[in-house]
Design a protein around this ligand. Sequence first.
Ligand code: NAD
Length: 492
Amino acid sequence: MTYSFNPDTVSVPSGHHIGGKFVELPGEEIVVLRPSDEKPMGVITDGGLGSVEMSVASAKKALAETGWATMVPRERAKILFRFAEKIEEKAEYLGRLEAMGSARLVSGTIIGDAVRTAGVVRYFAEFCDKVEGTVTATRENTLSYTKREAYGIAGAIVPWNFPMITAAWKFAPALAAGNAVVMKTSEITPHSLLALAECAAEAGLPGGLFNVVNGYGHTTGAEIVRHPDIGIISFTGSTQTGEAIMKLAAESGIKPVILELGGKSPQIVTKNCGDMDMIATRVANNFMVNGGQVCTLASRLLIEESIADELTEKVLERTQDIKAGPTWDETTTFAPIISAKQFDRIDNMVQETIAQGAEVLTGAGRLDSVNEGNFYAPTMLTNVSRDNIGFLGEFFGPIVTVSRFANLDEAIAEAQHPVYGLAASVHTLDMQEAMRVADKVEAGMVFVNQHGRDPEFTYTAGGFKASGFGKDMGRAGFEAFTREKAVWINYA
Ligand code: NAD
C-alpha cells in the first residue's frame, strides 16, 4: 500500500459537531495551518459558551430520549462496535486528515492512529456489561451494596500531539460507561476529531451523545469546565493548564477532574544494556519520535560512566540519520514542530538552557535541510544542572539532556524529578537493576528495555506529582467515568 498523498485532495470537515451533525456557529475565526508547510487547511470558530450550551442541551435530550445510561448494556456495546467498524472503514481518510493537520507521519497514522482509535473504542465497548459493584459485610437483615453509575455528561479537553488517540482515551470510556460527552478539540488540530464525531453519527450513535466543539482553551475550554451540568472533566495537556482547570473546577461548584499532564521523563542506560548499536537506535528514537512532541518523551538520558562516550557517539550519529519532510510523504522519518509559536518557545528554552551553562553536543536550532514548516534539529545537550531551566521544564521538542552516573543508586537519585513524575525507563539485561528502577523511580509508568507502551489497550496511563492524577485506559480509565453509589437496605 502506498501511504503518500496529496494534501490538497483531502476534504476537511467544517463546523462544530453537535447533536449528531455539523453546525456552523458564530465566533472568532481561527485559521488552522498544516504544520508541514504552514498552509491553511481550514477555518474553525471559537464556539464559546453558545457551543457548550448547545452541546449540553443536546446531550441532556439524548440521554433522556435514548436511556443511554440504563439501556441493556450489550445494546450500548453494539452501537460502539459499529462506531469502531466505521472508524476502520474510514481509516485511510482519517489517517490522512491526521497526518495533514498534526505532526503525525502518514507512515503511521492510518494503522497507528486511526485503526488504533477503533481499537480503543472496541476495547471500552467490551466494558459495557462488565461493570460490577460489591456487597459488603453487614448485620443480619440488611443488605449493603455498591454500584457504579455514569456521571451524566462528561467534559473532555485534549491537546494537539495525538489528536485522535488522546481523544479516544476519553470519549470511548465515557460513552461506554453510559455518559454523554462534550469535548473540545485542540484549536491547533481540530479536524480529525471532528471527523471521528461524524463516524459516530454515521454508525448510528444517537445524536447528542458525542458532541465536539472547537475553540480556544480560555474561552470554550473554560466554559466546559465551568458548566454546572457537566459532571466530570477529563483533561490532557500541559501542567500549567491543568492547574487552571483545577482552579476553575473548584470555583464553579466542585467537580472531579482527571489530569494527564506534562513530563520530563528519564531513560537510564546501564553498562548491562546489551547490544550498543541496538540501544543507540532505541534511545535516539525515544527522544526524536513525533518531533519530540510526546508527553512521555525520554527527554533525559542517563548513561553509566563506562559506556557513556561510546553510546553518546552512536546516538549522535543517529540524530544525523533522519529524513525531515512533509507529514504526508511516507518516506519522512522526522516530524515538524506543530506551529511557529511552539517552535519559538522551544528555541527560546534551548537558548536559555545554554545561557545557564549547558553544552551543545548537536542541534540547538532550526534544521537547515528543509525549507518549509517548523523543523527543529534533533538536539543533545549536556552539563545541564538540576537548577537549569533545561532540567526543570518541558521542551516538548526533539531535545535530550545527557548525563552520566557511576552506579545505579546515583542513577535513581538523578532520575527523580522535583516537579514531574510521568514516565521512566531503564535499559538493562540485569533483572535486579530493572526491578530496582521500577520500584524506586517516582513515575506513573515505568518501562524496561523500551520507552513507551506497545499498541495495547490494557495498560493504564497517567502520572505522579505535577504530571497529573487519575488514569486513562485500562479498567481504571473506564471506571474513571463512573461514580460509586453505596446502597443500604434494612429488610428486618
Ligand atoms: P495545553 O495545555 O496548552 O492545551 C491543551 C488543551 O487545553 C487545548 O485544547 C487547549 O485549548 C485547552 N486549554 C488551554 N487553556 C485552557 C483553560 N484555561 N481552560 C480549559 N482548557 C484550556 O497543551 P498543548 O500545548 O495542547 O499540549 C502539550 C502538553 O500536553 C504538554 O505539556 C504535554 O506533556 C501534555 N500532554 C500530556 C499527555 C499525558 O497523557 N500526560 C499526553 C499528551 C500531551
